[in-house]
Unconditional design. Structure first.
Length: 231
């Protein structure tokens, strides 16, 4: 399961739900797997599982662990991991398995993520998230564009056609969003050289990284403001 449903924009779980799943899996002797390919390192080096205080038996991670360099990672508790070959009988393989460039990047990236201030100083990624999300809300409000900005760490959703305080709890909650307005917005931003990860027919997730410093965030907001004026 994904601890955060980013493929529907940004739908956060009820922490009690995650804890209940953990308890059920433990009682049943079932392996609990978190897919953190999208949520990994968005709020801290401990990923979503540390944020919500729920530890799975297995975690799946992708290229976020390697700063964008292709890699696929299966990580978890020793008793589960030892079932994989060459220690156990469970065979596995993959296109990116053991690729030297990806492995070296995956070793170096957590060292950078763990440095003091990466997430929590005034220019850290979480501060940039607040700067971007509050700026987007202000732009939408000023232009009278109905849109809810829902963010969790450095990944976020834009739910057009909704009130600013709209907070979805399930995929069904977003079926009434204005995807036509989303497409118009994304295309207007593209004309201003700001690219959003917006599919043509469904709501997608958007994000940013450490390279987006205050100057970049502010310039992006200025260009988005111009895009909204053109809608």
């Amino acid at each position: 399961m994904e601890p955060v449903h980013y493929n529907a924009g940004c739908i956060l779980p009820d922490p009690n739900f995650l804890r209940a799943v953990r308890d059920l899996a433990t009682r049943a002797g079932t392996v609990l797997i978190f897919d953190e390919i999208l949520s990994g390192f968005r709020t801290g080096i401990g990923c979503a599982q540390r944020h919500f205080g729920v530890t799975p038996d297995i975690t799946l991670l992708g290229k976020a662990l390697a700063n964008g360099v292709p890699i696929s990672v299966i990580a978890g508790k020793r008793e589960v991991m030892e079932s994989f070959s060459p220690f156990g009988t469970a065979a596995h393989s993959g296109t990116f398995s053991g690729h030297l460039f990806g492995v070296l990047a995956a070793l170096a990236t957590p060292e950078e993520l763990a440095k003091p201030g990466f997430y929590d100083v005034p220019t850290g990624t979480l501060a940039m998230a607040d700067r971007l999300y509050s700026g987007l809300r202000e732009v939408f409000a000023r232009h009278g564009i109905p849109c809810s900005v829902n963010g969790f760490g450095t990944r976020f959703a834009l739910y057009f056609g909704q009130e600013p305080d709209f907070t979805p709890r399930a995929y069904q909650d977003i079926t009434g969003c204005d995807t036509a307005l989303l497409r118009r917005f994304a295309r207007a931003c593209f004309e201003q050289q700001v690219i959003f990860h917006a599919y043509d027919v469904v709501i997608g997730h958007h994000g940013f990284g450490q390279a987006h410093d205050p100057a970049v965030i502010d310039e992006a907001l200025d260009r988005i403001d111009r895009a909204c004026a053109a809608l």
